[in-house]
Design a binder for this molecule. Structure first.
Ligand code: LLP
Length: 421
């Protein structure tokens, strides 16, 4: 069931009209559906029924405190990649015991904060990081629970910029160095080995690469156990793709993914950890934008809208496709036209789509860009001094602004001109 759909000719998020949100909050604005977030989390967690699993939602996909708090109440843990994300997850009430800390460049201060909080485990990505973590833990009189993120050299992911499990990627400990890394970790007084971690990429639309990675890592787990290491947890990361648009190919369902994982890991007595991001948040959010001008070019028409690449960078960065619709359902008599949909930022890359067919539009029409709940607001910036786009959470017939649009004066206040200038 779609929680963003036309009702009486107006697109709604659950029971709230998007026209009303556009009017009351202004555009551009992100709108999330609590019911969709809930359904996605429950469907994902439900796919592992009967197994000991921790679903550590990948905070980077959508880190709004309201979203984290909702998921936390459903039982989600969190996969964080910075001290900032750690603070968000804890502030949202996610217990430290359900937090895993990933990322290639953790700094000592971030390690310290995570150790102090008592997180479940660190996913360590290199030997220098291991040594740094050991030093921090020893200094604090603690032992840091770790998995190594191993790089299984598997090809996966919808775009080269989001593929992470190939040997040439910066992520994880090289496959050939993994066993030596565990041997070193076992010697360190500040380190407690608890598991193995792998994450091969994002927007993966088939099961085969996941299966290949799980099989490879299962073999590693058996070798590590034979070498005397205690491997209690197997974190297989995130990465399950989502359909971008109604005509897009459908990636495997969470139930299919779950069945495959359960079968492929049946022989291992481990607690499974998952780090889904996009699958939970992607189709739980949209970006609303208003058409500022319809401009006639030499050989094409442009819809110049008030959202831009600084608000939703995915099309510019990954050539990503987002389905776009007017929030008022077109009449059957409305002619179809080809448009380039572009933002006001001074770059040709500030283009959401080129030469796509839409019902004819006029200035003032509001459009919705679908599948923008993951890697949308979190990747927004203030380029061209465009204030960060606000976020709204809908639940049933209620909505709340869960991140304000800053005033330009507030942005300017964070900067200063030195007195000597
Ligand atoms: N775990 C780790 C260690 C990750 O690096 C990521 C995503 C995830 C989990 C969550 O993956 P997901 O389930 O969301 O696929 N900005 C890009 C996506 C970057 C993904 C980065 N890592 C985009 O907009 O497509």
């Amino acid at each position: 069931m779609r929680h963003f759909d036309y009702k009486d000719g107006v697109m709604h998020a659950e029971d709230v009209s998007l026209a009303r949100i556009a009017q009351e909050v202004g555009t551009p604005v992100y709108v999330y559906s609590a019911a969709t977030l809930t359904r996605h989390f429950n469907v994902f967690a439900g796919a592992f029924e009967g197994r000991d699993v921790l679903v550590a939602y990948s905070v980077k996909a959508n880190s709004n405190l309201a979203v984290l708090s909702l998921l936390g109440k459903l039982g989600a843990g969190a996969d964080v990649v910075s001290g900032g994300e750690l603070a968000r997850a804890l502030t949202a009430g996610i217990p430290a015991s359900k937090i895993v800390f990933s990322g290639v460049g953790k700094k000592p201060a971030e390690m310290r904060a995570a150790l102090k909080a008592g997180i479940r485990m660190f996913n360590v990505e290199s030997e220098p990081e291991l040594e740094a973590l050991n030093a921090v833990a020893v200094d604090m009189g603690m032992r840091a629970p770790i998995s190594f993120r191993v790089n299984p050299d598997v090809t996966a992911g919808g775009h080269e910029k989001i593929s992470t499990g190939k040997a040439e990627n910066k992520f994880g400990v090289a496959w050939s160095a993994a066993e030596a890394a565990y041997a070193r970790a076992a010697e360190l007084p500040g380190i407690e080995i608890v598991g193995v971690d792998v994450h091969i990429g994002s927007q993966i639309d088939e099961l085969a690469p996941f299966k290949a990675a799980i099989e490879k890592v299962s073999g590693l787990i058996e070798r590590l156990r034979a070498a005397g290491h205690s491997i209690k947890m197997f974190d297989i990361g995130g990465g399950l793709g989502i359909p971008y648009g109604s005509n897009a190919p459908a990636p495997p369902l969470p139930s299919e993914y779950g069945a495959m994982v359960k079968e492929a890991t049946a022989h291992l007595d481990v607690q499974m950890v998952f780090e889904p991001g996009r699958m939970i948040a992607g189709n739980a959010g949209v970006l609303l934008s208003t058409v500022t001008y319809v401009k006639r070019g030499e050989n094409r028409d442009f819809l110049i809208v008030d959202a831009a690449m600084n608000d939703l960078i995915r099309p510019a960065l990954y050539d990503a496709y987002h389905e776009i619709e007017p929030i008022i359902a077109p009449k059957p008599t409305t002619p179809q036209k080809l448009y380039d949909v572009v933002g006001p930022v001074c770059e040709s890359g500030d283009t959401f789509t080129k030469q796509r067919e839409f019902p004819q539009m006029v200035s003032g029409d509001v459009i919705v860009m679908h599948s923008a709940g993951a890697y949308g607001a979190v990747q927004a910036g203030q380029y061209n001094t465009r204030p960060l786009v606000p976020e709204v959470l809908v639940s049933g017939d209620r909505y709340a602004v869960v991140r304000d649009r800053p005033l330009v004066e507030e942005i300017l206040k964070t900067e200063s001109v030195p007195s000597w200038l």
